[in-house]
Design a protein around this ligand. Structure first.
Ligand SMILES: [Zn+2]
Ligand SMILES: [Zn+2]
Ligand SMILES: [Zn+2]
Length: 470
């Protein structure tokens, strides 16, 4: 759903429209929209909730959406993408932050032992190799350097200069685009994106072998001393190729509750990550029949994560922040589209750069389903089972918290003091999206919520940061 960029219609006019449609139920609709945080595409649910006593099974109360105007309830769309639903994406970003941070610092309340904070952990960024020269913005200190000044002035076989003396400004659309589209290997770039998941899995498989080799142990002996876990996020670079930022942690043989042996340091882990990344590859047949070897590029950056900034390391809060931020982006930030394509012709018609169009066409030959994201198959944020808690657990905790605040439940509880109350919901899908007037109200709610969250963010920034002066 596209959200109108123009100013939302004034709220009084929208309220009048709502009153015509829902009568006395209009204020309740506004309240329902408010509870979704101004979600751009909420889901309408109809049905019944039953409150029963956990001990006796006796039904204490029933509540049906039929009995109450407007005859439905709303629930958030839950979309991760900032381009699709800003409020839902913001909730996802906070969950992602919490989930990554909990694996670094521990969260006793959510079942992650605080001792993980002392385990060796590294932050690694692995990128794809070059598929041809692209325009780039190179910043050194305060200065923006020339894009591609190297060597003598030359031309490729298509008569395109191999030099670019521009100092590209931040929003320049040429950044990430090929100098010569005919030289650029779009097929290999699309195949790389498509094989990214396999390459990552293979890297995770090789990592214990490399660590074992460094410690002169068998993999089996290693497993009796050390376990590895991770959280990772894929991010699109301007050239339309994904790269990965990952947190990799070492635990003891029985998981997060146990410490790894003393030789297993962050330095050794960093070395093993570098070796595994250099070694792994996946062989894929391209759509042209060419055999392509998918491997990591030379730009591999691995550094220890510590509670404080020191010796080229990164801080825990910075890492959790990066990962959470990237987790709400998609191929759109590299000029791709945020939804699936149905016909090949949509690629021709799309309002995208020539570079993006060519990459999408190549990705279409690999798999039409993932052409809009240049071949990448989704799964932006993934993590090992033992890393921390799950998104599901965080959502469950939030739902339970909200339920506690429900006045209806408070009334039911008052009726049956001393007994545990269970709620059984039998709600079904009855549509999604908002009318124009509802959308305007959601937009005004979003504006207010953003103001609130900006204030909260400003407050958080004033808190002392690790590594800064005491
Ligand atoms: Zn939403
Ligand atoms: Zn350039
Ligand atoms: Zn060329």
């Amino acid at each position: 759903m596209l959200v109108a960029a123009s100013r939302p219609a004034s709220t009084p006019a929208s309220l009048a429209v709502l009153t015509r449609r829902y009568g006395a139920g209009a204020p309740r609709v506004v309240e329902l929209i408010r509870r979704t945080g101004g979600c751009t595409s909420p889901i309408r649910l109809v049905g019944e909730s039953i409150a029963a006593s956990a001990s006796s099974g006796e039904v204490l109360a029933r509540r049906s959406t039929d009995a109450e105007a407007p005859g439905f309830v709303l629930t958030e769309c839950g979309n991760r993408r900032a381009s699709r639903c800003p409020p839902c994406s913001e909730i996802y970003r906070r969950d992602a932050y919490f989930l990554v941070a909990a694996g670094l610092t521990g969260s006793e309340a959510k079942g992650v032992p605080a001792s993980v904070a002392s385990h060796p952990v590294v932050f690694a960024t692995l990128t794809a190799p070059s598929f041809g020269a692209v325009h780039r913005r190179v910043v050194r200190g305060e200065r923006v350097l020339r894009c591609r000044p190297a060597g003598q002035v030359g031309q490729c076989e298509h008569g395109v200069s191999t030099q670019c003396l521009q100092r590209h400004a931040g929003g320049d659309l040429r950044i990430g685009q090929a100098l010569c589209p005919d030289c650029y290997d779009y097929e290999a770039a699309a195949v790389w994106n498509a094989a990214f998941g396999s390459l990552w899995r293979r890297t995770v498989t090789y990592l214990p072998r490399e660590l074992a080799a460094l410690a002169r142990l068998s993999v089996r002996a290693l497993r009796s001393q050390v376990r590895m876990t991770y959280a990772k996020v894929a991010e699109f670079q301007a050239r339309g190729v994904v790269h990965v930022h990952t947190v990799i942690r070492l635990d003891g043989p029985d998981g997060p509750e146990t410490a790894p042996t003393a030789w297993a340091t962050a330095q050794r882990l960093a070395e093993a990550v570098g070796r595994a990344a250099a070694r792994v590859s996946v062989t894929v047949q391209g759509s042209s029949g060419r055999e392509l070897i998918v491997r990591w590029g030379e730009q591999i950056d691995v550094r220890p994560i510590s509670p404080e900034l020191q010796n080229g390391g990164v801080s825990q809060t910075a890492v959790a922040g990066y990962i959470a931020k990237y987790a709400t982006k998609d191929a759109q930030i590299a000029g791709g589209l945020d939804r699936r394509l149905r016909y090949l012709r949509q690629i021709e018609l799309a309002d995208v750069t020539d570079h993006a169009r060519r990459l999408m066409s190549s990705a279409w030959s690999v798999s039409p389903r993932w052409a809009h994201s240049f071949g990448f198959r989704g799964h932006f944020l993934t993590k090992g089972r033992r890393y921390s808690m799950t998104f599901r657990a965080l959502r469950g905790a939030r739902a339970a918290f909200r339920e506690q605040a429900d006045p209806w439940l408070a009334q039911v509880r008052a009726k049956a003091p001393g007994s545990d109350v269970v709620i059984v919901r039998a709600l079904r899908y009855a549509g999604s999206g908002l009318s124009a007037a509802e959308q305007a109200i959601a937009a005004s709610i979003r504006v207010n919520e953003v103001a609130v969250s900006n204030r909260t963010a400003a407050w958080a920034l004033r808190a002392p940061r690790p590594g800064s002066a005491p």
